[in-house]
Design a protein around this ligand. Structure first.
Ligand code: NAD
Length: 494
């Protein structure tokens, strides 16, 4: 606690007022960064903003710590605890950064402009304008994949943004209160109390675990009359959940879910969604297929990522991108293939890695290092140019030895800094919460891998996520939320 207090005081002491920041220099190159997610914010954190005229565009004026988003759906954590306003992040930079709350709707790589759109509630109108760039970083992430399955967009909840978590939280309680309402038929109570999660990746698994905890720890006590009817079903098209984890952890998760009474339906592909049912095709052990209809009260759709329209539009304008399907194909320096001045990072980039927060953060850090180095290189080159032309001016006499020496030293330094190695991702491991105070972890440990699951892993999961939170403020708020929900139960008000 003393350490935390000390650190908080230190951060407050370091606080920089926007007026103390260096003004932007329009003579410098304009670097436009699209997005405020893991990739873009990691880039901004390490970027020396004095080197460029930096402009950030994103419709979301905060960074969201997505690993704890499933905990917001049940009120274990309050949503503001995992949000950090982008303007608080930017005010810590040495030179000021321009931020526009707007959506990038298209990029014109020939004219080097980004079209941005602001759906202003105050104005009650959509405002469109263009921003020119010298260098562009696309870090807009991805949208929810629906695979064109009918009814998904209309009837299910996603779990990507804060609004999604708030919507799910309200909908859970709507199902509970409606099921507890006077004179509901048995069939209707069963439907309302059936929570279906589609997609057995980490998002679906973590949400199913959180939901079961919520019922066991809170709803059972507060609304006991309907709690025996509560059921969570996790539907996955593949033969097992958590395909990216080791076999041992997949088995551990599936066994834990069985103990928690979460139904897992594997080899089951959802084909259609209606207002209150899911139609799915099960592949039986003999290979035959059966179509079943599952009534639900809440449906959460967590089947991974799809390309955003702005990215698809940009890909269509670059001939070298014609074979890329999952996003902007980039070279080892994260430059978008077929361009010289556009970089892509995070879930919208195809660099050969899974679309995770860890990859996005490392790509952002790499790009900050690359841009800082490029700026230093350009400054050194300009200085060499200046010294060389001074030397050439000295005619007839002996050239000043210091200038010649400085050129030599600068050229030696340049050689070193020009040698930036291409981006390489270092996997530090995967973590997932699976409910009833248990977690699974596939961690890279010195030379080997450690696969572990259970209550100790849960403590590790908690401390790892706490340390990864964006700011001290976030860390304190998350810690308090955990303590609060443990001591007083989760807040079930809608
Ligand atoms: P995912 O892509 O990891 O999993 C989606 C699952 O949905 C797949 O297993 C797929 O087989 C299944 N699916 C697709 N269509 C289906 C259908 N019609 N019916 C039934 N099942 C269907 O998605 P995610 O969990 O959202 O994760 C996205 C990315 O983010 C992944 O790379 C993941 O590793 C990462 N992530 C990691 C963590 C963590 O490490 N804790 C947490 C969240 C997300």
């Amino acid at each position: 606690v003393a350490g935390l207090l000390g650190y908080t005081c230190y951060v407050i002491y370091l606080d920089r007022h926007p007026a103390e920041q260096k003004a932007r220099d329009p003579n410098k190159k304009t670097l436009v960064i699209l997005g405020t997610g893991w990739a873009s914010v990691s880039l901004l954190k390490k970027l020396d903003t004095e080197n460029y005229n930096v402009v950030v565009v994103s419709p979301r004026n905060y960074f969201l710590f997505t690993p704890l988003l499933p905990s917001c759906t049940t009120g274990t954590i309050e949503h503001r605890s995992i949000m950090e306003p982008i303007r608080s992040i930017l005010r810590h930079k040495r030179a000021s950064v321009q931020y526009y709350e707007a959506e990038a709707s298209s990029v014109d790589p020939d004219r080097k402009v980004v079209k941005i759109t602001d759906n202003s509630e105050v104005k009650g109108a959509t405002v469109e304008t263009e921003i020119p760039y010298d260098m562009l970083v696309v870090g807009v992430g991805a949208e929810n994949a629906t695979f064109g399955i009918p009814g998904v967009r209309e009837h299910s909840c996603f779990l990507k943004e804060i609004g999604d978590a708030q919507h799910i939280r309200k909908k859970i309680m709507d199902c509970v209160e409606t099921a507890a309402f006077k004179d509901q038929s048995n069939e209707e109570v069963n439907r309302l109390m059936h929570m279906v999660v589609v997609g057995g990746g980490p998002t679906g698994v973590e949400f199913a675990g959180e939901l079961q905890d919520f019922f066991e720890e809170d709803i059972k006590k507060l609304v006991p009359e309907i709690s025996p009817r509560f059921k969570v079903t996790l539907i996955e098209a593949l033969p097992n959940v958590l395909p990216s984890f080791s076999k041992q952890l997949i088995d551990y998760t599936e066994n834990t879910f069985r103990e928690e009474k979460i139904d897992i339906m594997t080899k089951t592909m959802v084909k259609n969604v209606t207002k209150d049912t899911v139609e799915a095709e099960i592949t039986k052990p003999d290979g035959s297929k059966e179509l079943i209809v599952i009534p639900y009260g809440l449906l959460v759709w967590a089947t991974g990522n799809a390309v955003r329209p702005v990215v698809r539009d940009l890909m269509a304008k670059i001939p070298a991108q014609k074979d890329s399907r999952r996003g902007l194909a980039v070279n080892p320096y994260l430059v978008v293939q077929g361009t010289r001045d556009i970089w892509a990072i995070g879930d919208c980039a195809v660099a050969g890695y899974a679309p995770t927060a860890q990859v996005a953060a490392q790509e952002g850090n790499f790009l900050a290092h690359l841009f800082n180095t490029m700026a230093r290189t350009e400054a050194q080159e300009a200085r060499i140019q200046e010294l060389s032309s001074n030397l050439n001016l000295v005619q007839g006499g002996t050239p000043p030895a210091e200038a010649a020496q400085e050129i030599e030293a600068l050229e030696r330094q340049l050689k070193k800094i020009r040698n930036v190695k291409p981006f390489r991702y270092t996997h530090q491991g995967s973590l997932a919460y699976i409910g009833s105070e248990k977690a699974v972890a596939d961690v890279s440990w010195w030379n080997g891998n450690l696969a572990t699951g259970g209550s100790l892993t849960y403590l590790f999961w908690r401390s790892a996520y706490l340390s990864m939170c964006f700011s001290t403020r976030n860390r304190v708020l998350v810690l308090l939320d955990w303590l609060k929900s443990k001591a007083f139960g989760r807040d079930i008000s809608r």
